[in-house]
Write a protein that binds this ligand. Sequence first.
Ligand code: BGC
Ligand code: CA
Length: 347
Amino acid sequence: MEMKRIMAAGMVFCMGIQLFCACGKEQPDIEDKVYLGVAYYDQSDTFLNSLIACLKDEIQDYEEKGYETAMLIRGAGGSQRTQNDQVQELVDAGCNVLCVNLVDRANPSEIIDLARENDVPVIFFNREPVTEDLMQWDRLYYVGAFAEQSGTMQGELAVELIEADSGVDRNRDGKIQYVVLEGEAGHQDAIIRTENAVDTLKSNDIEVEKLSYGIANWNRAQAQNQMLQMISQHQNKIELVLANNDDMALGAVDAYEKLNYTESALPVFLGIDGTDVGLEAVRDLKLAGTVYNDKEGQASAMLKLSVALVTGDGMDKIGFEKERYIYLPYFKVTQSKAEELLKRKNP
Ligand code: BGC
Ligand code: CA
């Protein structure tokens, strides 16, 4: 039976089970029920998993406020083709709003066509489609954050550290030798974060020398490997590691730990995201800092917009940029802020 199959697939179910299985369009008052279909690019991504956990909390809150809700979640294992099929499945299951974290952010056409044919609005999140694609239909939205801002803030953290501690320039040559660990090629957050971080150092009159970079696809193990190679090439010369996210910054730390480097010989590591593991590492001074990617704010905006799209109520209260975009601000995190954020989570 279809119901059993869906349940077995591990869906998060709140209410309205009977209704959910029927074809959404035949339900007379479907507008009152928020049936959210969530599709995301890869189940192994630390940041996305924690963002999805926030979405679960949010939908629970709406449930407690008396809305009838249900949420189906599908991870695509890095395949756009799989994701297209999953979105079809979510639409067939009766979802009346979709939150899609594209695998290939340059390739949303099939999903847009499908949503449009079934008149199901789509909120893209975290992996930003190009504007032309978002303009293909007026029920397409985006929730995310400004990549530029995170890069600039990471650069500012580096400037603050370098100005406060002359020991960061370990060989005392007046320049900061750095390496970069980059996320996926083609992701809006990868190149832009790097460029803005480095530009911020330069515009603050810090002399920098780029020794190397490695693409590690947001992944901790890949970052460790890339870092091991860079260390074997440059030995003790590396003074600063700029990573496009926390998992890759932690992979760099792993590489040095594997090689048994003493603390005084370590470079400064900076990440972005403020995932739980990232915050713990900042608290423990393994990472010098990170930039908080506001997953709680993003999840809250996605749910608010989902409810408004389904019920037709509350759209005027949402602060859009460029009519269809919602960007949540980043903020900088060093040790005391990390402690505060962790305490807030586990009081
Ligand atoms: C996050 C990364 C994540 C990526 C996935 C970025 O915004 O910083 O941690 O892997 O999104 O799309
Ligand atoms: Ca130096």
